[in-house]
Design a protein around this ligand. Structure first.
Ligand SMILES: NC(=O)c1ccc[n+]([C@@H]2O[C@H](COP(=O)([O-])OP(=O)(O)OC[C@H]3O[C@@H](n4cnc5c(N)ncnc54)[C@H](OP(=O)(O)O)[C@@H]3O)[C@@H](O)[C@H]2O)c1
Length: 232
């Protein structure tokens, strides 16, 4: 039985990936800040899970050290992790400003959620991941590498997450480290960014591609859903 911790799994990509892995029999630890939505997601995921797969849902903010300790504790209680998915993320300031107008005081919170929380979670579970030859999947964005106007605050945090992943991959030969761009998805985040979310594919498509990534365990590196085999 394999165990994964997926952050931000009450909706969108995190929920879709949790559903995929639960169907495959993974034991899951999932979180989100909103307890009611997380509870509803956990109930739905339990309904599709393979027999024997258990789903532990813990409400909280990944930027909070006490919450991260609770997540790591639940992972240890489940016998240790095979996979950590750092998926929870914030856009930061909305409507999204150009850099000339970006309130600098908003950026520490963006980095706390999108970069520092993933690193702290990695540190908390790394000994177990090494021992089990596990994997880390850090969800990034094309905004990490493209110069999209008004995506600078979020984009610089995703660029930092990517370089964190790049160095981690070089340092940890026993752990597969993937940093991955899911492409545009029809989720609340894309809608909150003011984009036409209805025109984007559902998060289930990226989740299916990530399910294959996890199953095939390719070398550490940057992956785009658009390039993964069998993607649309
Ligand atoms: N949607 C896109 O087009 C797109 C494109 C490229 C990359 N991405 C990336 O894909 C990932 C998933 O995005 P999505 O579109 O699925 O987002 P989403 O629909 O907004 O879902 C985000 C999930 O994360 C949770 N979350 C947010 N902040 C959190 C925090 N501080 N602590 C714990 N949980 C938190 C949310 O629940 P609560 O709000 O209740 O906490 C929710 O469950 C993100 O890393 C995003 O940057 C998305």
């Amino acid at each position: 039985m394999k165990t994964a911790l997926i952050t931000g799994a009450s909706r969108g990509l995190g929920r879709a990936l949790a559903r995929e892995l639960a169907r495959d029999g993974w034991t899951l630890v999932i979180d989100a800040r909103g307890a009611a939505a997380l509870g509803a997601a956990a109930a739905e995921i339990r309904g599709v899970a393979a027999p024997g797969a258990s789903i532990t849902a813990i409400a909280g903010d990944v930027a909070d050290a006490g919450h991260r300790a609770a997540l790591a504790g639940a992972a240890a209680e489940a016998g240790g992790l095979d996979l950590l998915v750092n998926n929870a993320s914030t856009l930061g300031t909305t409507p999204m400003p150009r850099l000339a107008d970006q309130p600098v005081q908003d950026l520490p919170g963006v980095f706390a959620t999108n970069v520092l929380a993933p690193l702290a979670l990695i540190q908390a579970v790394l000994p177990g991941l090494r021992a089990r030859r596990g994997a880390v999947l850090n969800i990034s964005s094309d905004a990490a590498v493209e110069g999209y106007p008004a995506w600078g605050g979020y984009g610089m945090s995703k660029a930092a997450l990517e370089q964190l992943s790049n160095v981690l991959a070089a340092e940890e030969p026993d752990v597969a480290v993937w940093w991955a761009d899911p492409g545009e998805m029809n989720t609340g985040m894309l809608r909150a960014a003011g984009e036409d979310a209805d025109a984007a594919p559902p998060p289930e498509e990226a989740a299916a591609a990530f399910r294959r990534l996890v199953a095939e365990r390719p070398a550490s590196g940057r992956y785009r859903v658009a390039d993964l085999a069998g993607a649309r």
